[in-house]
Write a protein that binds this ligand. Structure first.
Ligand code: 5RP
Ligand code: CO
Length: 221
Protein backbone atom coordinates (compact mmCIF):
# COMPACT_ATOMS: atom_id res chain seq x y z
CA UNK A 1 0.00 0.00 0.00
CA UNK A 2 1.27 3.51 -0.80
CA UNK A 3 2.43 5.85 1.96
CA UNK A 4 -0.48 8.19 2.74
CA UNK A 5 -0.12 11.83 1.77
CA UNK A 6 -1.88 14.49 3.87
CA UNK A 7 -2.56 17.69 1.94
CA UNK A 8 -4.20 20.52 3.91
CA UNK A 9 -6.38 22.72 1.71
CA UNK A 10 -5.63 26.39 2.39
CA UNK A 11 -9.19 27.23 1.32
CA UNK A 12 -10.18 26.89 4.98
CA UNK A 13 -7.23 28.89 6.31
CA UNK A 14 -7.32 32.50 7.50
CA UNK A 15 -6.37 34.30 4.26
CA UNK A 16 -5.37 37.41 6.23
CA UNK A 17 -2.60 35.28 7.81
CA UNK A 18 -1.91 32.99 4.85
CA UNK A 19 1.89 32.84 5.22
CA UNK A 20 1.67 31.93 8.92
CA UNK A 21 -1.08 29.41 8.25
CA UNK A 22 1.00 27.61 5.59
CA UNK A 23 4.07 27.75 7.82
CA UNK A 24 2.12 26.17 10.66
CA UNK A 25 0.86 23.15 8.68
CA UNK A 26 4.30 22.56 7.16
CA UNK A 27 5.84 22.59 10.65
CA UNK A 28 3.00 20.30 11.76
CA UNK A 29 4.26 17.69 9.30
CA UNK A 30 1.85 17.84 6.38
CA UNK A 31 3.06 16.36 3.09
CA UNK A 32 1.67 18.69 0.40
CA UNK A 33 -0.08 22.07 0.36
CA UNK A 34 -3.37 21.88 -1.57
CA UNK A 35 -4.27 25.14 -3.32
CA UNK A 36 -7.86 25.54 -4.55
CA UNK A 37 -8.16 27.81 -7.58
CA UNK A 38 -11.74 28.82 -8.43
CA UNK A 39 -12.84 31.11 -11.27
CA UNK A 40 -16.48 31.94 -10.47
CA UNK A 41 -17.59 30.10 -13.65
CA UNK A 42 -16.71 26.44 -13.30
CA UNK A 43 -17.64 26.73 -9.64
CA UNK A 44 -19.65 29.43 -7.86
CA UNK A 45 -16.73 30.82 -5.90
CA UNK A 46 -13.60 32.91 -6.53
CA UNK A 47 -10.33 32.26 -4.75
CA UNK A 48 -6.65 32.27 -5.57
CA UNK A 49 -4.65 33.22 -8.67
CA UNK A 50 -1.00 32.86 -9.75
CA UNK A 51 0.28 35.91 -7.77
CA UNK A 52 -0.69 34.29 -4.47
CA UNK A 53 1.02 31.01 -5.43
CA UNK A 54 4.10 32.99 -6.48
CA UNK A 55 4.14 34.88 -3.18
CA UNK A 56 3.93 31.66 -1.16
CA UNK A 57 6.66 30.06 -3.27
CA UNK A 58 9.09 32.79 -2.14
CA UNK A 59 8.83 31.40 1.40
CA UNK A 60 8.20 27.65 1.09
CA UNK A 61 9.73 24.68 -0.71
CA UNK A 62 6.84 22.31 0.06
CA UNK A 63 5.02 20.51 -2.73
CA UNK A 64 2.30 22.80 -4.08
CA UNK A 65 -0.66 20.76 -5.32
CA UNK A 66 -2.77 23.15 -7.38
CA UNK A 67 -6.40 22.15 -7.95
CA UNK A 68 -7.73 24.13 -10.91
CA UNK A 69 -11.51 24.52 -10.68
CA UNK A 70 -11.58 26.78 -13.74
CA UNK A 71 -13.10 26.63 -17.19
CA UNK A 72 -10.62 25.97 -20.02
CA UNK A 73 -7.73 25.35 -17.59
CA UNK A 74 -5.27 25.14 -20.48
CA UNK A 75 -5.31 28.98 -20.49
CA UNK A 76 -3.81 29.06 -16.98
CA UNK A 77 -1.30 26.21 -16.88
CA UNK A 78 1.77 28.22 -17.87
CA UNK A 79 0.97 30.99 -15.37
CA UNK A 80 0.67 28.55 -12.47
CA UNK A 81 3.82 26.69 -13.52
CA UNK A 82 5.72 29.99 -13.60
CA UNK A 83 4.27 30.84 -10.17
CA UNK A 84 5.72 27.66 -8.67
CA UNK A 85 3.12 24.87 -8.85
CA UNK A 86 4.57 21.34 -8.60
CA UNK A 87 1.47 19.55 -9.72
CA UNK A 88 -1.62 20.77 -11.51
CA UNK A 89 -5.00 19.05 -11.53
CA UNK A 90 -7.59 19.90 -14.17
CA UNK A 91 -11.25 18.89 -14.20
CA UNK A 92 -12.55 16.42 -16.78
CA UNK A 93 -15.71 18.55 -17.02
CA UNK A 94 -13.89 21.88 -17.50
CA UNK A 95 -12.60 21.52 -21.06
CA UNK A 96 -13.24 19.56 -24.27
CA UNK A 97 -9.42 19.42 -24.56
CA UNK A 98 -8.59 17.62 -21.36
CA UNK A 99 -6.00 15.37 -23.02
CA UNK A 100 -4.19 18.42 -24.34
CA UNK A 101 -4.34 20.11 -20.91
CA UNK A 102 -2.70 17.07 -19.28
CA UNK A 103 -0.06 17.01 -22.03
CA UNK A 104 0.69 20.70 -21.50
CA UNK A 105 1.25 20.17 -17.77
CA UNK A 106 3.71 17.35 -18.43
CA UNK A 107 5.47 19.32 -21.18
CA UNK A 108 6.13 21.94 -18.49
CA UNK A 109 7.80 19.23 -16.40
CA UNK A 110 5.04 19.14 -13.79
CA UNK A 111 2.89 16.29 -12.53
CA UNK A 112 -0.57 16.14 -14.10
CA UNK A 113 -3.80 15.38 -12.26
CA UNK A 114 -7.30 14.70 -13.57
CA UNK A 115 -10.29 15.52 -11.33
CA UNK A 116 -13.74 13.93 -11.56
CA UNK A 117 -16.82 15.58 -10.03
CA UNK A 118 -19.19 13.38 -8.00
CA UNK A 119 -21.54 13.03 -10.99
CA UNK A 120 -18.83 12.20 -13.53
CA UNK A 121 -18.29 8.61 -14.63
CA UNK A 122 -14.68 7.40 -14.63
CA UNK A 123 -15.19 5.81 -18.10
CA UNK A 124 -13.35 8.62 -19.91
CA UNK A 125 -10.31 8.00 -17.73
CA UNK A 126 -9.67 4.79 -19.66
CA UNK A 127 -8.45 6.93 -22.59
CA UNK A 128 -6.19 9.03 -20.36
CA UNK A 129 -4.49 6.42 -18.20
CA UNK A 130 -1.09 7.04 -19.76
CA UNK A 131 -1.37 10.80 -19.29
CA UNK A 132 -1.99 11.16 -15.56
CA UNK A 133 0.16 11.14 -12.44
CA UNK A 134 -2.84 11.62 -10.13
CA UNK A 135 -6.60 11.11 -10.29
CA UNK A 136 -8.63 13.33 -7.98
CA UNK A 137 -11.99 11.82 -7.09
CA UNK A 138 -14.03 14.72 -5.75
CA UNK A 139 -15.83 13.52 -2.64
CA UNK A 140 -17.99 16.69 -2.56
CA UNK A 141 -19.28 18.97 -5.28
CA UNK A 142 -16.50 21.49 -5.84
CA UNK A 143 -16.72 25.11 -4.79
CA UNK A 144 -16.68 25.24 -1.01
CA UNK A 145 -14.95 23.76 2.00
CA UNK A 146 -16.73 22.29 4.98
CA UNK A 147 -19.18 20.03 3.12
CA UNK A 148 -20.04 16.41 3.94
CA UNK A 149 -18.53 13.60 1.90
CA UNK A 150 -20.89 12.20 -0.75
CA UNK A 151 -20.91 8.45 0.09
CA UNK A 152 -21.39 7.23 -3.51
CA UNK A 153 -18.01 8.70 -4.45
CA UNK A 154 -16.16 6.02 -2.47
CA UNK A 155 -17.23 3.31 -4.94
CA UNK A 156 -15.71 5.49 -7.67
CA UNK A 157 -12.43 5.69 -5.75
CA UNK A 158 -12.34 1.89 -5.79
CA UNK A 159 -13.22 1.77 -9.49
CA UNK A 160 -10.50 4.29 -10.39
CA UNK A 161 -7.90 2.36 -8.37
CA UNK A 162 -8.98 -0.86 -10.14
CA UNK A 163 -8.66 0.78 -13.58
CA UNK A 164 -5.17 2.04 -12.73
CA UNK A 165 -4.08 -1.35 -11.36
CA UNK A 166 -5.44 -3.16 -14.44
CA UNK A 167 -3.41 -0.79 -16.62
CA UNK A 168 -0.28 -1.39 -14.53
CA UNK A 169 -0.29 2.24 -13.36
CA UNK A 170 0.49 1.45 -9.73
CA UNK A 171 2.50 4.67 -9.48
CA UNK A 172 -0.52 6.97 -9.98
CA UNK A 173 -1.94 8.71 -6.90
CA UNK A 174 -5.65 8.54 -6.15
CA UNK A 175 -6.62 11.69 -4.27
CA UNK A 176 -9.83 12.40 -2.37
CA UNK A 177 -10.97 15.96 -1.71
CA UNK A 178 -13.92 17.12 0.33
CA UNK A 179 -15.37 16.03 3.67
CA UNK A 180 -12.20 14.20 4.73
CA UNK A 181 -11.79 14.09 8.53
CA UNK A 182 -10.82 11.45 11.11
CA UNK A 183 -14.27 9.84 10.75
CA UNK A 184 -14.09 9.39 6.95
CA UNK A 185 -10.41 9.12 6.02
CA UNK A 186 -10.13 5.40 6.75
CA UNK A 187 -13.06 4.57 4.44
CA UNK A 188 -11.40 6.58 1.68
CA UNK A 189 -8.12 4.74 2.26
CA UNK A 190 -9.87 1.35 2.25
CA UNK A 191 -11.48 2.29 -1.07
CA UNK A 192 -8.03 2.89 -2.57
CA UNK A 193 -7.11 6.54 -2.01
CA UNK A 194 -3.59 7.47 -0.94
CA UNK A 195 -3.72 11.31 -1.02
CA UNK A 196 -6.08 12.98 1.43
CA UNK A 197 -7.02 16.64 1.11
CA UNK A 198 -8.36 18.12 4.33
CA UNK A 199 -9.38 21.75 4.69
CA UNK A 200 -11.75 22.32 7.58
CA UNK A 201 -10.52 19.21 9.44
CA UNK A 202 -7.12 20.91 9.74
CA UNK A 203 -7.71 24.66 9.67
CA UNK A 204 -10.83 24.71 11.86
CA UNK A 205 -8.82 23.09 14.64
CA UNK A 206 -6.75 25.37 16.89
CA UNK A 207 -3.83 22.91 17.00
CA UNK A 208 -2.94 21.92 13.43
CA UNK A 209 -0.31 19.39 14.51
CA UNK A 210 -2.93 17.52 16.54
CA UNK A 211 -5.40 17.76 13.66
CA UNK A 212 -2.91 16.21 11.20
CA UNK A 213 -1.94 13.56 13.73
CA UNK A 214 -5.63 12.69 14.22
CA UNK A 215 -5.90 12.04 10.47
CA UNK A 216 -2.78 9.85 10.49
CA UNK A 217 -3.98 8.00 13.62
CA UNK A 218 -7.33 7.23 11.95
CA UNK A 219 -5.40 5.71 9.02
CA UNK A 220 -3.44 3.46 11.41
CA UNK A 221 -6.52 2.15 13.26
O1 5RP B 1 -11.58 21.53 -3.66
C1 5RP B 1 -12.17 21.86 -2.65
C2 5RP B 1 -13.56 22.42 -2.72
O2 5RP B 1 -13.96 22.49 -4.02
C3 5RP B 1 -11.48 21.78 -1.30
O3 5RP B 1 -10.17 21.27 -1.50
C4 5RP B 1 -12.24 20.92 -0.31
O4 5RP B 1 -13.57 21.27 -0.19
C5 5RP B 1 -11.56 20.89 1.06
O5 5RP B 1 -12.36 21.34 2.08
P1 5RP B 1 -12.96 20.39 3.24
O6 5RP B 1 -11.86 19.44 3.64
O7 5RP B 1 -13.32 21.34 4.31
O8 5RP B 1 -14.13 19.64 2.65
CO1 CO C 1 -9.47 21.01 -3.74
Amino acid sequence: MKTPVIAPSILSSDFARLREEVDEVIRAGCDWIHIDVMDGHFVPNLTIGPPVVKALRQHFQATFDVHLMVESPERWIQAFVDAGADMLTVHYEATPHVHRALQMIRECGRRAGLALNPGTSPDGLSYLLADVDLVLVMTVNPGFGGQSLVPSTLAKVAEVRRMLDDAGRHDVHVQVDGGIHPGTIRQARDAGADVFVAGSAVFDEPNRALAIEALRAALRE
